[in-house]
Design a protein around this ligand. Structure first.
Ligand SMILES: [Zn+2]
Length: 350
């Protein structure tokens, strides 16, 4: 049963990555069920999948197959030094694994997979252990496999997810395709990846590579001032983003009026205080500003403020809201089932 599912996933993966990055470069691909403690292991034209995954009914078999097949692009066709720069094959492959779900099942499903496999894993690690840079050799992590997997794979995929969303799909995948074309059957480096993307994007990626790939740390943001000014049919919205932490970042934001998005943009936050001013068509008395509303910038800093002519005030934060939605129904369900059990017991005793 698992064998057929593994084969189907491999076919879907080859189709997805061929379309996203460029054709599968070999004549054959074998998916082999093997023993072993690991989930899967990649070799050129063959991937090993642990037999322990074949009976699993959740998405883990499909996830591991999609990951290992992804290595046919990143590691096998585009070679790299897997010891010194593991992010270049593992980070790109983990990102591709989420793209497999998006390409085959659509955006909503991929968001859920990203949340569960990438974002939550990284945030759990951040809460417990703090941050580390992705561009470090395998030896830097030593026996700490949890740090290795979370930082190189999950954070590694997260920052690519972030880059993709701030530059847009067209540029991002043009860059990935060019990287694949340029380095197929050669040995690539992180610097080669950077040069290729900078050429294709037509912009310096110093902020991304220096502050997100080679360095660690998570910035947090707040919005401390804001104003609206009416100029005929245009509303000029101005606000200041305060940044704690040293990372330069491009941060998406939306402006909403009456719960409709009236403007979406990306703020270039390259210093500790950034002033943003945008002109929005229409006349508005009250604008809701949401910074990074979909949490694509790693770090869970997603302030939301209401800007009126009287200034800006924090109404709630998007992530706190999301956490409430995620946690409270479960907590209520758990609490009420405990209560129910207690009541049943109480009745029986009586
Ligand atoms: Zn891998």
């Amino acid at each position: 049963m698992g064998g057929k599912a593994a084969l189907e996933a491999a076919v879907k993966a080859v189709n997805a990555y061929s379309s996203l990055y460029g054709d599968y470069p070999f004549r054959e691909l074998r998916v082999a069920e093997t023993g072993g403690w690991f989930g899967g292991m990649e070799y050129p034209q063959i991937v090993f999948i642990s037999s322990r995954l074949y009976d699993r009914s959740d998405l883990i078999l499909e996830y591991v197959v999609a990951h290992e097949v992804g290595h046919q692009w990143w590691y096998s066709a585009v070679g790299n030094d897997e010891n010194d720069e593991p992010w270049l094959d593992e980070g790109l492959t983990e990102f591709s694994t989420v793209m497999y779900f998006e390409w085959n099942y659509g955006r909503d499903y991929a968001e859920k997979v990203f949340d569960r496999m990438v974002r939550e894993d990284y945030y759990r690690f951040l809460d417990r252990r703090g941050d580390l840079p992705v561009a470090r050799p395998v030896t830097f992590f030593g026996d700490d496999t949890q740090a290795y997997y979370t930082i190189v794979y999950s954070k590694g995929a997260f920052i690519l997810w972030y880059l993709r969303h701030v530059v847009g799909d067209k540029l991002f995948f043009d860059g990935m395709r060019e990287f694949y074309r340029r380095y197929r059957f050669k040995v690539a480096t992180i610097e080669g990846f950077r040069e290729t993307l900078e050429e294709v994007f037509g912009m310096s990626l110093n902020w991304f590579f220096e502050d997100w790939v080679y360095s660690s740390g998570i910035p947090s943001y707040s919005i401390r001032g804001g104003s609206l000014a009416q100029l005929g049919e245009i509303t000029v919205v101005q606000f200041q983003i305060y940044r704690a932490g040293r990372q330069r970042a491009l941060i998406p934001f939306v402006l909403e009026a009456s719960e409709k998005v009236v403007y979406s943009g990306v703020a270039n936050v390259s210093s500790s205080i950034t002033v943003v001013e945008v002109a929005v068509n229409g006349s508005f008395e009250r604008i809701v500003l949401k910074l990074d509303p979909q949490d694509i910038v790693p770090g869970r800093s997603n302030p939301t403020v209401v800007i009126t002519k009287g200034g800006a005030k924090v109404e709630y934060t998007a992530v706190a809201e999301r956490d409430r939605k995620l946690r409270s129904p479960l907590a209520v369900a758990a609490a009420s089932s405990v209560l129910l059990v207690l009541m049943l017991r109480y009745r029986r005793v009586k």
